[in-house]
Design a protein around this ligand. Structure first.
Ligand SMILES: *Cc1c(COP(=O)(O)O)cnc(C)c1O
Length: 400
């Protein structure tokens, strides 16, 4: 019997909406691609995008950036992280997170996770006390939002500021509040594999007027900050403008035009992701040999990727299972691999960090964790077929 092979790529996003393509072409025809290259009284695509995104997010201020990683780094800087400072961060995340901490000269203090991919609040409490760190870079890795009531309580206890990495939670909520509205500053990514796609790009949002002014000037505004969209009053800039270094990392009009066309569709897209996710979740939670952690009731997630654990397998069997699925076109990524591959790396491969801790739950959970992207180019029927293939391929590994 020949077995069906899934033929669609797991990295194929949808095309850019026609309105965005049209606007991008118009901008190219003017030659005015730089965000500060405006006609008199022209608002500009980037400033307009900042206003629209701030409104959508429910934040007072927004700065469009060259990347999500840049927005994180800028967020750390404006929150006052200095070289040598310690910054707490959950160990289950992607490489740009510890990289942003390193980039500002600070030292990552990695925190364990729990069974369900959330930061472990007990370990956070212990590491906060032991390290004296005053900042937490909280990464909602793969869209998993921890118990924010507990995270906020632990951070309040130790007087810790939170910088949120919302690369995977644009549009997600905890108790009805959008992720990105819990900390002092939030960073978002609009890189191709995230919830909006401008190739590269990101946002920094905050409700703090002074931090916003510093972020705008430091993003590389020269003294043209008046051409921004979602900013505080001039007097706030007067206070900070000569004290904030220019760490050039702006967004341009072309990317902003592409993003502005996507923003009105974002809410619908989140719902579409969740339809696909729920289909896969239903199949996987009923499947023998795999385990899929429950989601908390307070969490409104965006299922742009799915994680599950191949609990029936020995760790040594995971690569064989991944290879068997790959042969049938189902691309799974193994977060437990000691060898960093493609976008995935385990925390102990970040060797530039001194004193990498042993985090027992992170290691144990990731040892069997498989991850799958769910692009919007997939259909419900695709989800059924993918789940069938996973189910087929796990059978040989099930004992009795
Ligand atoms: C993508 C990503 C980033 C960084 O975003 P870029 O736009 O690629 O710089 C940060 N954190 C996480 C968890 C990400 O997935």
């Amino acid at each position: 019997m020949t077995q069906a092979v899934f033929r669609k790529p797991f990295t194929q996003q949808e095309g850019i909406p026609e309105a965005g393509i049209k606007r991008a072409v118009e901008i190219m025809q003017t030659g005015r691609l730089h965000r500060y290259n405006l006609l008199p009284d022209e608002v500009g695509e980037v400033a307009a995008l900042e206003m629209e995104y701030a409104k959508w997010q429910g934040a007072d201020y927004c700065v469009a950036c060259a990347s999500g990683g840049y927005a994180i780094q800028l967020g750390l800087r404006i929150c006052g992280v200095k070289p040598g400072d310690k910054v707490l961060a959950n160990a289950y995340t992607l490489a740009p997170v510890p990289g942003a901490i390193h980039n500002v000269g600070a030292v990552p203090v990695l925190v364990d996770i729990d069974e369900n991919y959330h930061i472990d609040c007990n370990d956070l409490d212990a590491k906060a006390a032991a390290s004296g760190a005053k900042h937490l870079l909280l990464s909602y890795m793969r869209g998993h939002i921890p118990d924010m009531d507990r995270v906020l309580a632990v951070c309040a206890k130790h007087d810790i500021s939170i910088i949120e990495d919302c690369a995977h939670t644009m549009g997600a909520k905890w108790r009805g509040i959008r992720s990105g509205n819990f900390g002092k500053v939030a960073a978002f990514s609009t890189q191709t594999y995230k919830h909006m796609n401008s190739g590269e790009g990101g946002f920094l949002t905050t409700n703090d007027a002074e931090l916003a002014a510093v972020a705008v000037v430091s993003s590389g505004s020269y003294m043209l900050y008046g051409r921004h969209g979602a900013i505080p009053a001039e007097e706030v800039f007067q206070k900070v403008r000569l004290h904030a270094p220019n760490y050039s990392g702006r967004m341009d009009h072309l990317r902003a035009a592409i993003l502005r066309a996507q923003l009105p569709m974002l809410e619908d897209n989140l719902a579409r992701w969740n339809q696909l996710y729920e289909r896969l979740y239903g199949h996987l939670s009923a499947m023998g040999g795999v385990m899929i952690p429950p989601r908390k009731q307070e969490e409104f997630y965006v299922g742009s990727s799915i994680q599950f654990r191949a609990d029936a397998l020995a760790a040594g069997e995971v690569p064989d299972f991944v290879a068997a699925c790959a042969k049938r076109g189902v691309e799974l990524k193994w977060f437990g691999d000691a060898e960093p591959k493609a976008f995935t790396s385990r925390y102990d491969s970040w060797r530039y960090i001194d004193d990498i801790p042993v985090l027992p739950t992170t290691l144990r959970v990731l040892e069997k964790t498989l991850d799958m992207r769910v692009p919007l180019t997939f259909t419900i029927a695709d989800c059924d077929m993918i789940a069938e293939i996973i189910n087929d391929e796990i059978q040989p590994f099930l004992k009795n």
